[in-house]
Design a protein around this ligand. Structure first.
Ligand code: BV8
Ligand code: ZN
Length: 246
């Protein structure tokens, strides 16, 4: 495979040339808004590996308080931080977004075509299988005490953040829609992801196999685990994406 080049996005992907642009985003696009990331220096999982361990499906339901502390906390910080300039560029261009993030910032920026592969902390689901309640989680207002678990408004049972835990399968419709999106893409931008979590990162080689130009935008110059990219745009996506608009 040809050694990927390090370029400016406008050099390799002049905006007028592509008509089906898809972005796969990770925590790095929200880091640009001031939220943390998960891996690498200062990442949430780097700093608290025991917290990452609690994020597994096999820890349910004992880990539900921790799920609210982690995912509810991320959504609260996102509501305070607001979307980054990178989120806003994707919204302005009407790019189809497939996000691994659960923070809701793409929708807050105005993106309307968003697939949330890992769910959303802005939604809650009832743990009671006989209930099946799913709805918006109420994260506005002052944060509750640590470990608080909101009650289900339908049955009084426990609510969990509607976030896909490790070991849980992705929503099949969302996963199917994501695959169809990349199969029709002519430009695939991976923005702010360490390319560590599957099946999300399989979408890039899928896009490449269907003829898309695949570009990795990351602040970190080390190649992700999988390297199906044609090019890398190294820098803060808060700067590298808006330059694409110039
Ligand atoms: C599945 C929500 C079957 C909740 C997440 C062993 C045991 C058990 C499971 C597995 C195993 N081995 C592999 C697996 C599969 C597992 C997995 O991938 N595990 C990993 C840990 C190896 N995957 C699953 O379990 C998935 N389900 O496989 O089901 C299936 C199979 C096929 C089809 C359908 C279903 C479920 C995965 C969902 C997990 N949920 N989050 C929770 O955490 O529990 S994933 C978690 O990582 C985060 O939520 C985040 O979304 C995701 C990816 O991380 P990134 O977004 O990439 O963030 P990261 O910090 O890693 O990187 C940030 C990047 O940004 C860095 O590169 C940095 O340089 C860059 N950056 C920073 N600042 C900037 C920047 N770039 C540009 N500008 C900046 N300013
Ligand atoms: Zn319920």
């Amino acid at each position: 495979m040809r050694e990927p080049t390090h370029v400016d996005l406008a050099d390799i992907a002049p905006r007028g040339r592509f008509h089906n642009v898809v972005a796969l985003t990770g925590a790095g696009i929200s880091a640009a808004a001031g939220l943390g990331t998960f891996r690498g220096a200062g990442g949430l999982w780097t700093a608290q590996p025991d917290v990452e361990a609690a994020m597994h499906a096999h820890e349910l339901p004992g880990n539900v308080p921790a799920l609210w502390d982690v995912w509810g906390g991320i959504r609260r910080r996102a509501l305070m931080a607001g979307p980054s300039a990178a989120h806003q560029v994707l919204a302005e261009l009407g790019v189809r977004v497939i996000t691994q993030n659960i923070d809701g910032l793409h929708q807050d920026a105005g993106s309307t075509d968003v697939l949330e592969l890992h769910g959303s902390a802005g939604r809650a689901a009832c743990l009671n299988p006989a209930c099946g309640y799913r709805g918006r989680s109420d994260l506005a207002g002052p944060p509750p005490p640590p470990g608080h678990v909101p009650p289900c408004p339908a049955c009084g049972g426990q609510l969990r953040p509607d976030v896909v835990l490790f070991g849980e399968t992705l929503d099949p419709h969302t996963w199917q829609a994501a695959q169809e999106a990349v199969e029709h893409a002519d430009l695939m931008l991976a923005i702010g992801t360490s390319a560590f979590v599957t099946p999300a990162i399989w979408l890039v080689p899928m896009a490449r196999d269907h003829g898309a130009l695949c570009v990795n935008l990351n602040v970190d110059d080390s190649l992700p685990r999988l390297d199906p990219f044609h090019a890398h745009v190294i820098g803060d996506c808060q700067e590298t994406l808006p330059r694409w608009l110039e």
